[in-house]
Design a protein around this ligand. Structure first.
Ligand SMILES: C[S@@+](CC[C@H](N)C(=O)[O-])C[C@H]1O[C@@H](n2cnc3c(N)ncnc32)[C@H](O)[C@@H]1O
Length: 489
């Protein structure tokens, strides 16, 4: 039992409210706020600070004896409002364009969370996130120039203010100290700081916060990936995987079908799902990424005969009545979701006896024994997550364990392989890191700048491997599973 366990339900309430605490703007793939928008955020944060603490300092149980001052609360609220506005922008627009109305909505959401969950807990959670991000920076580099820490250039390059207050707090709480080496001032972690970093990482993982941050980043990556179809086609045999689903799904003319995680609409349009349902039937194709849906709708113009509607929705939370669909399909989406919740939600919206057919990737990066792959991706492969359920991708037993207690019948889970072609380092690294999110747990441990450097390093290593092994040998299969199950009601 850790000192922070009681905060897990509070963090979960915060996450349910759509408020994002701490720095998340960069993880949403962004350059930051412009000066004018920042001033508006600052104004809102100042008003909220005055409302919740007046001019008074207060103490929190995380650091007994140390007073939290109004400027600290204001900077915490600046981050919360701007991160929440960035999140709303991605959800609503599919890209980052924070305007005044979004800041206003973010302000209201943050205010509501402060009142509902209590100022002290919300401030504590924000400080936990900031401390985690700052410690992650220093932990990764070992020592960081004071000037680089304060400017945030290595881990929060989008900020419009200096991190001197945060550094002062770390010095006061003895999580960090300053050392002078070669005439330069560096920030280093103390033993207390190292312990806090590990403790906070565990807390943020257990409370679902890190997962939410990864989800935001993924959503924005999918939205911004204009060349998704080209990347996926050039590196994998996903087209065959889509055809297999259509071949096995048993969809007949006249059926009302739901596609989940439809992406750019390849399965519904190009692979011909709409032809199976025919003019009497209908395909409701859903995806949470607005950017992917925009590409699907563009593609739809070349298929005027298709009776298809594209709707924004995450598979965990489908905007449809109970018993709405005769069949449900989805290609390569389940491994990005909360699988038990999605299986329940698909069950809810399906009619009795509807069949759900899908496929998904399994964990493989840390289990590969292909020489070129291990050499290429060594910097992001860890032994820690080789059998680890916290890995973003499911293990062989994840889906069968998730579906067992649920009212599905005739469950069929079969292993098969999807061939990956590694001849284009740029494409493959983009695919592995941004489409597949295969290394999320390793990437999450890196500060922002180190993530950018890692992507460049992996592309460079890919070119070295290409030279060494030659293009013909750069092929590897990845384990996938095919799932089909009948909804019992
Ligand atoms: C690898 S793409 C596959 C897209 C498409 N099915 C195809 O065959 O090309 C994964 C898709 O899952 C979507 N996705 C991510 N999280 C999701 C969620 N929670 N629910 C439904 N779809 C999700 C992404 O936006 C993306 O479009």
């Amino acid at each position: 039992m850790s000192q922070f366990d009681h905060l897990i339900p509070v963090m979960q309430r915060v996450l349910e409210s759509e408020v994002i605490l701490g720095p998340a703007v960069a993880s949403a793939g962004v350059g930051g706020l412009d000066k004018n928008t920042y001033d508006i955020v600052y104004q809102h944060a100042s008003e909220l600070t005055a409302e919740v603490c007046g001019n008074k300092t207060f103490s929190i149980s995380m650091h007994p004896g140390i007073e939290v001052t109004p400027p600290v609360v204001r900077s915490v609220l600046v981050e919360a409002i701007s991160s929440t506005a960035a999140y709303l922008s991605h959800i609503r627009l599919g890209y980052l364009n924070i305007d005044e109305s979004m800041v206003l909505v973010a302000h209201r959401l943050v205010r509501k969370v402060l009142l509902d969950c209590g100022r002290d807990d919300v401030v504590t959670l924000s400080l936990v996130v900031n401390t985690y991000d700052n410690c992650k920076l220093v932990h990764h580099y070992g020592r960081v120039l004071v000037s680089q820490f304060v400017s945030g250039e290595l881990h929060r390059p989008w900020i419009q203010y200096a991190l001197d207050l945060e550094l002062a707090a770390h010095l006061l709480t003895e999580t960090m100290k300053i050392v002078v080496e070669d005439g330069q001032q560096y920030v280093v972690l103390t033993d207390v700081g190292e312990h806090r970093y590990q403790q906070f990482a565990e807390f943020l993982r257990d409370s679902g916060f890190l997962r939410r941050r990864v989800d935001i980043a993924r959503r924005s990556q999918f939205s911004q990936m204009a060349d998704y179809d080209g990347i996926v086609q050039s590196v994998s045999t996903i087209e065959q995987a889509r055809s297999q689903i259509l071949h096995e799904c048993g969809i007949r003319p006249g059926m009302r079908v739901l596609e989940v995680g439809c992406g750019t609409g390849e399965m519904t349009l190009s692979s011909g799902l709409y032809q199976l349902t025919g003019s009497e039937g209908h395909v409701m194709a859903t995806d949470p990424s607005i950017g992917m849906l925009a590409r699907a709708r563009e593609k739809q113009k070349s298929f005027p005969e298709a009776n298809v509607q594209f709707v924004e929705a995450a598979a965990e939370d489908l905007p449809f009545e109970d018993n709405s669909f005769d069949a449900v399909v989805g290609c390569a989406f389940l491994h990005f979701t909360d699988i038990p919740r999605v299986l329940k939600e698909i069950h809810r919206v399906s009619k009795p006896n509807a069949v759900f057919t899908t496929n998904y990737a399994l964990q493989f990066a840390n289990r590969s024994n292909s020489e070129f792959f291990l050499e290429w991706f060594a910097p992001v492969l860890t032994s820690r997550n080789s059998q680890d359920e916290s890995n973003i991708l499911p293990s062989e037993t994840s889906v069968s364990n998730a579906i067992k207690p649920l009212p599905y019948e005739d469950v069929r889970i079969e292993a098969y392989e999807v061939i990956g072609s590694y001849q284009s380092p740029e494409m493959m690294v983009k695919f592995m890191v941004q489409v597949g999110n295969f290394f999320d747990d390793t990437m999450e441990e890196l500060p922002w700048k180190a993530q950018q450097d890692m992507i460049r390093l992996l592309i460079g290593r890919g070119h070295d491997v290409l030279k060494k092994y030659g293009p013909e040998r750069l092929v590897q299969s990845a384990p996938w599973q095919f799932l089909q199950a009948r909804v019992a009601k």
